[in-house]
Ligand binder design. Structure first.
Ligand code: ADP
Length: 492
C-alpha cells in the first residue's frame, strides 16, 4: 500500500507520533488508496523552521531564476498530467474530464506566475525636491502557509504555491487530509523542478493539530487559506494579534438570475452544469436559481429533466457525468440539508436520496436534487451545502430578483441570463459578488484573471491574474537624495 509522507527540509518523513489515517476512494470505499503518516505539532514546527532557514537565500535568488524553476514545474505538471488527473479522480472523486480541466487550469496558473517573475516591477516617483527621486520595490514576507481544501487538490495549492515562490517567500503547504496523494505529487513536481531544500515543505496532518501549529508559529508571516468560512474566520481572528497577513477564500451560495427574456435552454444547461458538475463541490457552484415567475414553470420542468439525465458513477468511467461526494461526512451533510429543505417546506421536485444502481453500491453518491418554491429565509437558501442540490426561488420581477440574490452572507460568484442590455448592466452594478458571469455558468475562471469574493467569502487580496503577487509581497519605498548636501528646511 502506498504511504503518504510529509516533506520537510528536502526529505520525506514518517510521522514521529506513529499516527496514521487512511486515504479512501469515495467511489469505491473498499479501495484503500494508501496510508497517511500524520504529522504532529513537532513536525509542523520543523517544517516552519526549515522554511524560515531557507528564506534568506531564496529571497536573494533573482526573481527570474525563481520564475525559471516555477516554469519548469509547469512543464513537469504537463508531462505528468494524466498521472495527476488520475490521482485527483481516485481520491477526490470528480470525473477524469473534470480532473483534466483542473490540471489545465493549474498548469496555466503556474505558467502565468513564472512569467510574473520578470514583471515584479515597482514605480519610480518624481520627488518634490531637486536631485531626489523615490521608487518602490516588491519584497517577500518570509514564510507563507498555504492551507488548502480537498475540492481542487491540485489547482488551489498551485495557485498559492507558485506566486508565493515567485515572490521570494518560502512555503509550508498544509493540504486537506482527504487528498494527500495529489499533495505529494504536486510537492514532488515543484521540488524536481529545482527548489532548494526547505523552500517548499509539505505537512500532511490534521487542521486542528498540524494546521494550528503552523498558523501559530511566529515565523509564519502570511497565510493563504481556502476552505470553510468558519475555519477561515477563526484563523483570521487567531493570528490577528500577531499582525499576520491573511488571504482567505471561503464559502459561497452562488446565484443565477433567470430573467423572462433569456434563452431558457441556455439558462437551464448552464445552471445544471454549475449546480451538478463536480458534484456541486466547487466554491463557485450554482446553488440558487432565482427565476422570474413568468418563466419559472418552464425552467423548473426543464431543469428537472436535465438533472435526471446526469449519469452518476466512478470518475474514471468515461460514461460518468457526476462522481460521488468526497467522503461519508460530506455525503451525510448533503442528505442532512435535503431533510432540512423538506422540513422547512421547500418542494422537492427531483432527487433527494442516496443514488442507487449498478456500480454505485460502495460510493458516496447523491442524486442530483432540485427544490422548488424555496424562500430566502430557508436554511437551504442561506447555507453552503457543497453537494448536487439546487434551490429554485421564484420572484416577480428584476428588483425582487436582485434583493434575493444579494440576501446572502456570501459573495463569490453569480450569473444572469438575459438578452436585455439594460438588465445586464443593472445586474453587473447591483450584484454583490466578487465575480459575475453573463449568460454562462457561475463556475469557471481563467488563470490570468483575478479570482475571489466579497462579504464573508473573501478576505485580503485577490488570487491569480494581475493581482496574484499582491498578497505575497510587501512594498518597500526608497527615497534617494543625490544632492550630497544637508537638506534645506523640513520636508513634513
Ligand atoms: P473543507 O471542509 O472545505 O476542507 P475546512 O475549513 O474544514 O474546509 O478545511 C480547510 C483546510 O483548513 C484544511 O486543510 C484543514 O485541515 C485546515 N484547517 C482546519 N482547521 C484548521 C485550524 N484550526 N488551523 C489550521 N488549519 C486548519
Amino acid at each position: 500500500m502506498t504511504i503518504f509522507r510529509s516533506y520537510i527540509n528536502g526529505a520525506w518523513l514518517n510521522s514521529a507520533s506513529g499516527r496514521t489515517s487512511l486515504n479512501i476512494d469515495p467511489a469505491h470505499t473498499d479501495d484503500v488508496i494508501g496510508t497517511i503518516e500524520l504529522a504532529s505539532r513537532e513536525e509542523a514546527r520543523s517544517a516552519v523552521e526549515a522554511a524560515h532557514a531557507a528564506f534568506r537565500s531564496w529571497k536573494r535568488t533573482p526573481a527570474p531564476t525563481r520564475g525559471r524553476i516555477v516554469a519548469r514545474a509547469a512543464r513537469l505538471m504537463e508531462e505528468r498530467k494524466e498521472e495527476l488527473a488520475a490521482a485527483i479522480t481516485r481520491e477526490e472523486g470528480k470525473t477524469l474530464a473534470e480532473a483534466r480541466g483542473e490540471l489545465t487550469r493549474a498548469i496555466n496558473v503556474v505558467e502565468f506566475c513564472a512569467g510574473e517573475s520578470r514583471r515584479m516591477v515597482g514605480e519610480t516617483i518624481p520627488s518634490e525636491l531637486p536631485a531626489n527621486f523615490a521608487y518602490t520595490i516588491k519584497e517577500p514576507h518570509g514564510v507563507v502557509a498555504a492551507i488548502t481544501p480537498w475540492n481542487f487538490p491540485v489547482a488551489i495549492p498551485a495557485w498559492k504555491i507558485a506566486p508565493a515562490l515567485v515572490a521570494g517567500n518560502t512555503v509550508v503547504f498544509k493540504p486537506a487530509t482527504l487528498t494527500p496523494m495529489t499533495a505529494v505529487l504536486l510537492t514532488e513536481v515543484f521540488n524536481e523542478a529545482g527548489l532548494p531544500p526547505g523552500v517548499l515543505n509539505l505537512v500532511l496532518g490534521s487542521g486542528g493539530e498540524a494546521g494550528d501549529e503552523i498558523v501559530c508559529h511566529p515565523a509564519v508571516k502570511a497565510i493563504s487559506f481556502t476552505g470553510s468560512t468558519e475555519t477561515g474566520l477563526k484563523l483570521y481572528a487567531q493570528v490577528a494579534p500577531r499582525g499576520v497577513k491573511v488571504q482567505a477564500e471561503m464559502g459561497g451560495k452562488n446565484p443565477v438570475v433567470v430573467l423572462e427574456d433569456c434563452d431558457i435552454a441556455l439558462a437551464v444547461e448552464s445552471t445544471a452544469q454549475g449546480a451538478f458538475g463536480s458534484t456541486g463541490q466547487r466554491c463557485t457552484a450554482t446553488s440558487r436559481a432565482i427565476v422570474i415567475d413568468k418563466v419559472a414553470d418552464e425552467f423548473v420542468s426543464k431543469i428537472v429533466e436535465r438533472a435526471k439525465s446526469f449519469r452518476l458513477g466512478p470518475g474514471d468511467d468515461p460514461n460518468t457525468d457526476i462522481g460521488p461526494s468526497v467522503d461519508e461526512s460530506q455525503f451525510t451533510t448533503v442528505l442532512k440539508y435535503i431533510d432540512i429543505g423538506r422540513e422547512d417546506g421547500a418542494e422537492l421536485v427531483c432527487g433527494g436520496r442516496r443514488a442507487e444502481g449498478d456500480g454505485l453500491e460502495n460510493g458516496w453518491f447523491v442524486e442530483p436534487t432540485v427544490f422548488d418554491r424555496v424562500t430566502t429565509d430557508m436554511r437551504i437558501a442561506q447555507e453552503e451545502i457543497f453537494g448536487p442540490v439546487l434551490s429554485v426561488i421564484r420572484v416577480k420581477d428584476f428588483d425582487e430578483a436582485m434583493a434575493v440574490a444579494n440576501d446572502s452572507e456570501y459573495g463569490l460568484s453569480s450569473s444572469v441570463f438575459t438578452n436585455d442590455v439594460n438588465s445586464t448592466y443593472r445586474f453587473i452594478d447591483e450584484i454583490e459578488t466578487g465575480m459575475t458571469h453573463i449568460n454562462s455558468p457561475t463556475t469557471g475562471g481563467e488563470a490570468h484573471i483575478p479570482f475571489g469574493g466579497v462579504k464573508h467569502t473573501g478576505l485580503g487580496a485577490r488570487e491569480q491574474g494581475s493581482t496574484s503577487l499582491d498578497f505575497y509581497t510587501e512594498l518597500k519605498v526608497v527615497y534617494v537624495d543625490y544632492t550630497g548636501r544637508k537638506r534645506e528646511g523640513n520636508l513634513y
